[in-house]
Design a binder for this molecule. Structure first.
Ligand SMILES: NC(=O)c1ccc[n+]([C@@H]2O[C@H](COP(=O)([O-])OP(=O)(O)OC[C@H]3O[C@@H](n4cnc5c(N)ncnc54)[C@H](OP(=O)(O)O)[C@@H]3O)[C@@H](O)[C@H]2O)c1
Length: 323
């Protein structure tokens, strides 16, 4: 089968298309013919091997896994003899955070992994990016943020993968949503359900009069310190982008003050918890309240171009590779 091989950390050119042996499903595995695979911001960080701490898990001098890619959507081509939740021909999507392998034509996965049947109302391309933005934003808004009906929620980076899912999830839970994006993404953010939109080039949300119960900085460009004045008395700042300043804010705000900062590494949650979040995500999708946003799709062999685009930091929703 065709697969993208990665043998070093570095620029987008580190990827090479190659022909490798097609995987065979073990007794507890399904073999998926991949129709779409996501290219995420996390993928680009793994590619560079930075921050260096990530190499403790990814491989110290070169990546441990030769074939990358975690988010996928496709059709089951064969199943192992002990598989009972899925059958050949099922359309599925999910996230293979343990062993990757989705930048390829086929991937073999344990049936009890983070996998679900493709919702009726969702395309392969939409579904491939759904776990990254959808599950992460569900984790942040519900687990960390304990989002409540009627709360005022501000989403910074509302047009990205996490942000576009977050608007829809926050509306599903009955929040009043303000999305912060640039002018070109205003109409998309409104269409996704935001009640108000702030153009970050025209207006600094930390300086206006409004106060929010929850500020979700999906792109990690505004600090807790800056956002404090835009939080209500017991307001919460959450961001998925960890650096030393946020780490310090998480620790100090847990000890002092009524306004708090929180962080979580969604991929490091126990698999049972990610599966629980996936089940909630499916309910929101089934209710018609969550759709995937696909900015661009690239053929598998153009993975380097896809990474170059994600590196620029201005994608709308998700980027996918199609086999
Ligand atoms: N901790 C976790 O569990 C976890 C899980 C998944 C992802 N992440 C991290 O979450 C972050 C977000 O990922 P993502 O894929 O959603 O998005 P992304 O690729 O980082 O961001 C793309 C979006 O950000 C907007 N943007 C850029 N600069 C902005 C600014 N100054 N203010 C507001 N919006 C701005 C862009 O819109 P314009 O073009 O309009 O500027 C674009 O739509 C990444 O750093 C990723 O590594 C963390």
């Amino acid at each position: 089968m065709k697969a993208i091989i990665t043998t070093a950390y570095g620029k987008p050119e580190v990827f090479k298309m190659d022909s490798v042996e097609k995987p065979i499903a073990k007794p507890n595995e399904i073999l998926v013919k991949i129709k779409a695979a996501s290219v995420t911001k996390a993928d680009t960080m793994m590619r560079t091997g930075k921050p260096y701490i990530g190499r403790l898990f990814m491989g110290l001098t070169k990546p441990k896994n030769e074939i990358w890619g975690t988010g996928f959507a496709g059709i089951i081509e064969s199943i192992g003899e002990n598989v009972n939740q899925f059958k050949v021909g099922d359309k599925v999507f999910g996230e293979n955070i343990k062993s990757f392998g989705c930048y390829a034509e086929y991937v073999a996965l344990p049936e009890d992994g983070i996998i679900a049947k493709l919702p009726e109302n969702m395309s392969f391309k939409e579904a491939a990016g759904m776990c990254d933005g959808g599950i992460t934003s569900l984790n942040f808004l519900c687990n960390l943020g304990n989002i409540q009906h009627g709360q005022k929620v501000l989403i910074n980076g509302a047009s990205g993968s996490l942000g576009s899912a977050a608007i829809q999830i926050a509306k599903h839970y009955g929040a009043e949503v303000t999305g912060v994006c640039s002018a070109k993404n205003r109409s998309m953010v409104l269409e996704l359900g935001a009640d108000y939109v702030i153009d970050y080039n025209q207006n600094d949300f930390t300086e206006n009069e409004n106060k929010y119960d929850l500020i979700y900085d999906t792109v990690g460009v505004r600090s807790f310190g800056e956002c404090k004045k835009a939080l209500t008395k017991n307001g919460l700042y959450i961001s998925p982008v960890l650096g030393m300043p946020l780490l310090g804010d998480v620790i100090s705000s847990s000890l002092f003050g009524t306004k708090k900062a929180k962080f979580s590494a969604t991929g490091a949650l126990p698999e049972m918890e990610i599966k629980r979040l996936m089940a909630i995500l499916l309910e929101i999708i089934d209710a018609g309240n969550l759709k995937g946003i696909v900015d661009k799709s690239y053929p598998l062999e153009q993975v380097s171009e896809a990474h170059e685009y994600v590196d620029k930091g201005h994608k709308r929703g998700n980027i996918v590779l199609v086999a």
